[in-house]
Design a protein around this ligand. Structure first.
Ligand code: ATP
Ligand code: MG
Length: 252
């Protein structure tokens, strides 16, 4: 059965896109059929997957507005071995344009229905906001993956996100679960990071993935080449960490 995962955190720069792109590539490397949906007007997952957001013609924006089918927007990505639904800055206008649409929160869910059976995993890279785009991601998803940095304010932001998920559950998507919390850009020598990590485990228990993503420069470089880190430097700690994460998810 297809599993649809929204990768979300309203906090910016916590590793959502890095996780989306590299988990997509790692799951695909394990032989899974993967679709990555870029749901962020920044288009970072699009660029990081080797697709030029400036020149791409059909994007998730056209799909959400009903101007194109999701098949028309799909890009096969031989480098990462997963497929992509791209995004660019056009998407920033979607929120306003969808306001009067019926079921405006379910546009992505409905769009995915025709192709999701072709995939084992659909990953949705959400923007850093609790807006209508993110709501579309949460309504389409079976579960949520929350990347986070182990910093002081991270826990505060997390309770807002957990409350949002509860509200989405009671209003739109009753079976939405938290799949897991992922510690990103982790530096084990940082005492505060250790403390926050411990608190996270006390509070969320086995919802916290065992796999920890270390801070690794190869992960930051790879998008510049339009490649998942696996195909930029497969031996790097970052590549190995995302392969471990894929393994952990597949064995759950
Ligand atoms: P936004 O909220 O803007 O969408 P994001 O949550 O998607 O951001 P990323 O874009 O994945 O976060 O990461 C933010 C920055 O940190 C990027 O420059 C990325 O290359 C870098 N980065 C992410 N993870 C790591 C890591 N494990 N090691 C080193 N750099 C990282
Ligand atoms: Mg991002």
């Amino acid at each position: 059965m297809t599993k649809i995962l929204a990768i979300t955190n309203q906090k910016g720069g916590v590793g959502k896109t890095t996780t989306s792109v590299n988990l997509a590539a790692s799951l695909a490397a394990s032989g899974k059929r993967v679709l990555l949906v870029d749901l962020d007007p920044q288009g970072n997952a699009t660029m990081g997957s080797g697709t030029n957001k400036q020149t791409v013609k059909v994007t998730i924006y056209h799909v959400l507005l009903g101007d194109a089918t999701i098949e028309e927007a799909r890009v096969s990505n031989p480098k990462g071995k997963y497929d992509l639904i791209p995004a660019n800055r056009d998407l920033a206008g979607a929120e306003v344009e969808m306001v009067n649409f019926p079921q405006r929160e379910a546009r992505l869910k409905l769009a995915l229905e025709s192709i999701q059976e072709s995939y084992d995993y659909v990953l949705i890279d959400c923007p850093p906001a609790l807006n209508l785009l993110t709501l579309n991601g949460l309504c389409a998803a079976h579960a949520v993956m929350i990347p986070m940095q182990c910093e002081y304010y991270a826990l505060e932001g997390l309770s807002d996100l957990v409350n949002t998920i509860k509200r989405v559950r009671s209003n739109f998507n009753p079976t939405l679960r938290i799949e897991g919390l992922l510690r990103t850009m982790f530096d084990p020598r940082n005492i505060l990071a250790q403390q926050v990590s411990d608190q996270l485990q006390q509070h969320f228990g086995d919802k916290v993935y065992r796999t920890v993503i270390p801070r690794n420069v190869r992960l930051a470089e790879a998008p510049g080449f339009g490649l998942p880190v696996l195909y930029h430097d497969g031996q790097s700690k970052g590549a190995q960490a995302y392969l471990d994460l894929a393994k952990e998810i597949l064995s759950a």
